[in-house]
Design a protein around this ligand. Sequence first.
Ligand code: PEP
Length: 250
Amino acid sequence: MRSNLVAGNWKMNGDSASIGKLMANLTAALPAEPGVDIAVFPPSVYIAQVIGGFTGSPVAVGAQNVCEQPGEGAYTGEVSAAMLADVGCRYVIVGHSERRAMYEDSNERVAQKARHALEKGLMPIVCVGETEVQRDSGATLDVIAEQLQSVFAVLSVEDMHSIVVAYEPVWAIGTGKTATPSQAQEVHAFIRALFAKKDEPLAKGLRILYGGSVNAGNAGELFAQADIDGGLVGGASLDAQEFSAICRAA
Ligand code: PEP
């Protein structure tokens, strides 16, 4: 039985005061026992603040990115998986489409990030998704398969028991356009089938999140699909009431 996960990607938003307020509002809005896994992903400089503020709360904390290099050293500006684990992160997002598009995160680099995260005990949320042009040309499933191929090349079946996959159509991120529940379900079922070719129990236990303009109004229908196990939420995660409603829908 898979437990649903709702992950809030705060992206590069907020400051210490507004993040403190968001945490207080979330604590007030979320049920004490949400019955669903919840994680938030603050900008890296605020991770320690958020972990401190959510001590004893059901809300876990993760990072939006991690360095693809193992160990430590001369990687100016980067943050390692060991550092994220050290400050108490449980998850890390790898391969978000914004990083793929703007910071040259290739499929291979994303797989390395996932690998080093796992080595340090973090749970990577591996994002995959097609652009609008790719969908319109009928290439969606090929794109997803290629993105996951790099992950399969680097991670063992045992490793993959500790990952989460997020299907995030690029055309739906931050645009207000959401995949229909059946469009999303088709891709989620395809992803699960790819993992089933590696190992059936792995595929059955794999959590596959949907991301792309999820809000309180569309979450219920999306999360009701057989292969959708929660959501990766951007914009709506910055509003405590909206995010809490999405968590309730899961
Ligand atoms: C995201 O950034 O992962 C995302 C899904 O954003 P939004 O919910 O704003 O579309």
